[in-house]
Design a protein around this ligand. Structure first.
Ligand code: HEM
Length: 469
């Protein structure tokens, strides 16, 4: 199998100031050759020490065994706060546990299967839009649209119209572009006034725009829930009839206090689900399509698998489950281009790891990007090989070396949801189109909030029924 694109690492570590001034637009550019083989790295920044933890045993220590000593990083919380408020993605301790308990029921397998029909409607609309796809047009905006549309339909029963979508997605692009700049300023401990320039104002305005759209959709539903709680039987029946995740959140209560989420808490959680749920999935779908375009034989095998399954039954949860290769193409895209390339934690109390004495307050990074490409854990780590997941020759068990959805109690709540929608979208595209790239085009991976292609993904979609025999 050939080797898909990844940023060539520098021979050696860059100086701190070089990182600050030249690597701000992508985390991946700050990596160097040794990063891809090390078990644990230490980086000293002014006023902050950062540890990169790449060894499965150490990862388990951080994410599972001593999770209480490695809470989510406050810096990440501060960066995402304008958009996500105090949502489950950034909270810790009791507050996080309470939120997790309240969100869990909405993401149970049965509930995720229930929303398959809504996902399928969004996939059908995507196929209708793809009829206008021009040869060589960037597919990334469509993957962002369809995944955002799925979130809106399944979480809020709202269909995303094009004007709303453009406004919200464009605001998110601005938010995402400015965020790494703030992260670096925080890491380098620049004073507060230097963190509040034009870039920060743009970020805040973008976050306000996104939250405003979400608040407008949630407000009438929240009022309905309040009426239900006040005893209005119609309001309760209407709420229960809605199969979306918002109604599950509106109906759920904290087990210890019996209290429901308040309006701001619901907006925080839904904004977070919007961000965590569409950006990550869009990224991995775009990379999956790139990998399929680059590997025509795998694409042909996956197409035949889809055609075989759909000859026997209509598109459904059961049909998707039979498409093992489609699932594994997606899994391999998540290995090579994990959307969340770095998971950030803080060391709450001083501790020791390998030969390093870690002070309280230091930053700890677990990197799916590096672990998934580590030569000690994978055969041909930089190559695309979706068949590796069904072969018996994995170098290390997946539970140790594969963590696109994180690990431990804070593992992604939406993993089953993401897998279901991604298989559906990939199968729908494979069923109707042959996928290729214009000659000479190569996507450029950059690490921002997620790992995306800086120049998008130019694709040629040839309808299957118009292909030469
Ligand atoms: C391919 C798609 C996705 C990927 C790769 C992904 C990845 C991740 C990762 C790595 C984490 C853990 C972060 C950490 O430990 O620091 C996470 C957490 C989370 N994800 Fe996802 N995610 C995806 C899709 C989704 C979807 C579709 C949803 C919801 C609709 C979702 C909701 C969440 C939530 C709520 C958390 C926080 C869980 C907690 O802290 O308890 N994600 N995700």
């Amino acid at each position: 199998m050939s080797c898909p694109v990844f940023p060539k690492p520098a021979k050696s570590k860059a100086s701190l100031w070089k990182v600050f001034f030249t690597k701000r637009h992508s985390w991946l550019d700050a990596l160097y050759e040794r990063s891809y083989g090390m078990k644990m790295g230490e980086y000293k920044l002014p006023g902050l020490t950062l540890y990169m933890v790449n060894q499965p045993e150490l990862v388990r220590n951080v994410m599972v065994q001593n999770m209480a000593n490695f809470p989510k990083n406050q810096m990440l919380g501060d960066i995402l706060e304008p958009l996500l408020g105090e949502s489950i993605f950034t909270t810790n301790g009791e507050q996080w546990q309470k939120q997790r308990d309240m969100l869990d029921p909405a993401f149970k397998h049965a509930r995720v299967q229930q929303v398959f029909g809504l996902m399928q409607n969004a996939a059908q609309d995507m196929l209708a839009r793809l009829k206008n796809h021009q040869p060589g047009q960037d597919i990334d905006p469509e993957m962002t649209f369809v995944t955002a549309d799925i979130i809106f339909r399944t979480i809020m029963s709202a269909k995303l119209n094009e004007a709303q979508a453009n406004r919200i997605l464009e605001a998110f692009v601005r938010f995402q572009a400015e965020s790494p700049k703030l992260a670096l300023k925080k890491m380098f401990r620049l004073p507060g006034f230097m963190q509040r320039g034009a870039s920060e104002r743009q970020r805040m305005a973008a976050a306000k725009e996104i939250r405003g759209t979400i608040e407008d959709i949630i407000r009438p539903r929240y009022q309905q829930a309040e009426a239900a709680r006040a005893g209005c039987p119609n309001a309760r029946a209407e709420l229960e009839n809605q199969q979306d995740i918002l109604s599950s959140l509106l109906l759920t209560t904290d087990q210890s206090t019996g209290q429901p989420f308040n309006f701001n808490e619901i907006v925080d959680q839904i904004s977070m689900l919007f961000l965590a749920g569409h950006e990550t999935t869009a990224s991995s779908l775009t990379w999956s399509l790139y990998l399929l375009a680059l590997h025509p034989q795998v694409q042909q095998d996956a197409y035949e698998e889809v055609a075989r399954v759909l000859a026997e039954q209509p598109m459904s949860v059961a049909a998707i489950r039979k498409m093992v290769l489609v699932r594994d193409v997606f899994r391999e895209a998540l290995r090579l281009y994990p959307p969340v390339g770095f998971l950030s934690r803080e060391c709450a109390h001083a501790t020791e790891m390998r030969d390093k004495k870690m002070k309280a307050g230091s930053t700890v990074m677990v990197s799916p990007w590096l672990i998934h490409r580590h030569k000690d854990y994978w055969h041909n780590p930089h190559s695309f090989d979706p068949y590796r997941f069904t072969s018996k020759e994995l170098k290390t068990p997946l539970s140790k070396s594969y963590l696109p959805f994180g690990a431990g109690p804070r593992v992604c709540i939406g993993a089953a949801f993401a897998q279901q929608e991604s298989s559906l979208i990939l199968a729908s595209i494979l069923q109707h189109y042959h996928i290729s790239m214009p000659q000479g085009f190569e996507p450029q991976p950059v690490g921002r909030l997620t790992i995306r292609s800086e120049n998008g993904l130019q694709l040629i979609l040839t309808p299957r029924n118009k292909q030469e025999p």
